[in-house]
Design a protein around this ligand. Sequence first.
Ligand code: TXA
Ligand code: MG
Length: 325
Amino acid sequence: MTECRVADAAGIARAAETLRRGGLVAFPTETVYGLGALAADDVAIARVFAAKGRPAINPLILHVASTAAARDLAAFDDRAEALAAAFWPGPLTLILPLLAGTTISPRAVAGLATVAIRVPRHNVARALLAQIDGPVAAPSANRSGRVSPTTAAHVLADLDGRIDLVLDGGPVPIGVESTVVDLSRGGSVALLRPGGLTRWAIEAVTGPLAGPAASSPGEPVRSPGLLLRHYAPRTPLRLDAEDVAADEALLAFGPIPLEGAAVTCNLSARGDLAEAARNLFAMLRELDGADARRIAVMKLPTVGLGEALVDRLRRAAETPADDGS
Ligand code: TXA
Ligand code: MG
């Protein structure tokens, strides 16, 4: 059984104690719920991979309380300092060279020489990290390949009985995962995963972002979580729908949803991308449960947060079993 606790002072203290004795705790961050374990505890980290069904080659993000704590783990250059000063705490993950001699479990970073780090902004995550000595590794608290959780109920739907505790802090304020940028290669900053912090905000600090650099042959996959099909509901998805069939579920956006679907969820009737981000994963879960033949998704703008939303929807639509009709 997984214990579920309201994220008040007593719940957070209980969560900290559970982490300290090697347990797995799901907790809210501003982006999505994370599944935390002490990054130095090799056994606990192995349990995170097992609970999620996550491939061992896919490294975790380390969550720390402050930029000072991050500097103890990774090599910061001027670009990293500038990004941390501008956006931490917040929905930005930096890939940096891992320092030698840390106590991080090699399993947490999948044996790589780089590490993904962020300082979350959510009050519950901050309060929890403040009570923990050392970094907390936390992937999104979903089964591998599935949609990230934005509520405690989503976490339990995927992981009940597989983890020790869920801290319920209500629905998260952003709703898509952090933006991941790679600073480990010198030269320009590469955008590995669009997310809750927009490209435009980052480029104001770094100048134009590059795309992800291709791995050289023989080199480990640079960001395995970015393999195409991911964040996927079970029901097939089609994008940029301009009409909808009676046996389809509709994921609408804007004031004029298409008519005729079996069931409709509107990401934002007023066409607001922040509202759409907050709704995206919950609505995908809801429509996935509606027993429709397929989910049709209306076109979304690709500006601002839209870049992350369209990225997640494209990955969800990438289905090997699509019947093409
Ligand atoms: O918002 C978020 O980032 C949430 C919350 C809980 O913080 N976490 C999250 O973690 O989305 P996860 O594990 O679901 O996604 C982490 C991504 C994966 O795509 C992983 O491959 C990539 O970061 N990553 C981790 N370490 C990396 C590294 N050293 N180099 C490149 N990519 C890395
Ligand atoms: Mg994930």
